[in-house]
Design a protein around this ligand. Structure first.
Ligand code: AMP
Length: 217
């Protein structure tokens, strides 16, 4: 199964992708994670992307389509994937359709996370991740100590905040979503792939809704 998780920043796409990848035997492909890794490693892509990401803008379609085109051909993605944070523009969606047609692995569904816009800024500014295990916490809704226990950092997370998770950048990222990414809702609805869920609920309830949306006909 090949799916896209669509929704504004802070809607919970990354958290849910991690929860469902094991259950469904899929691999999470997050362009945000890939770009952050490139920035950390100081690669040419990372050097180009850093300032754009910190300002809350979008990295060029050419770069992100290229990253996904390479990643999607790796052996683990052949079993099925969850795209998280990609596509974000119509050019990316067209690029994705072309590359999937090329490898004969079409999309099965696009799950749209509907959330109350007023909650987004609070959710994102509370977000922290562990430098050791990469797990994402939230100081408001899922503080350290929230199950399940972590074997890697022994529940002693070293918490860091993403540089683009401050209030000013978050507002810009939400505006960019509305302008550039929201049109993909109609794009995928027109192609019969859209499944909508109410994502204003606790993690377990949202996971159940995603799984239900994927199995419903
Ligand atoms: P995310 O982790 O998905 O919130 O992405 C963090 C940042 O990485 C975004 O604000 C963009 O600057 C950049 N980014 C991630 N995915 C994409 C994409 N598909 N297209 C353009 N920029 C992206």
């Amino acid at each position: 199964m090949n799916i896209v998780l669509l929704g504004p920043p802070g809607a919970g796409k990354g958290t849910q992708a991690k929860r469902i990848e094991k259950a469904l035997g899929l691999v999470q492909l997050s362009t945000g994670d890939m770009l952050r890794a490139a920035v950390k490693a100081g690669t040419p892509v990372g050097l180009q992307a850093k300032a754009v990401m910190e300002s809350g803008g979008l990295v060029s379609d050419e770069i992100v389509v290229g990253i996904i085109a390479d990643r999607i051909q790796e052996a683990d993605a052949r079993k099925g994937f969850i795209l998280d944070g990609f596509p974000r523009t119509q050019a990316q969606a067209d690029g994705l359709a072309a590359m999937l047609a090329g490898i004969g692995q079409p999309l099965d569904a696009v799950v749209l996370f509907n959330v109350d816009p007023e909650l987004l800024v609070k959710r994102i500014s509370g977000r922290r991740s562990c430098e050791d295990c990469g797990r994402v916490f939230n100081v408001h809704t899922a503080p350290p100590g929230t199950p399940p226990p972590c074997g890697q950092c022994n529940d002693q997370p070293r918490l860091v905040q993403r540089p683009d998770d401050n209030e000013a950048t978050v507002s810009k990222r939400i505006a960019v979503y509305e302008e550039q990414t929201r049109p993909l809702v109609d794009y995928y609805r027109a192609r019969g792939l859209l499944r909508e869920i109410d994502a204003d609920a606790d993690f377990a309830a949202v996971t159940a809704r995603v799984e239900q949306a994927l199995t419903a006909r």
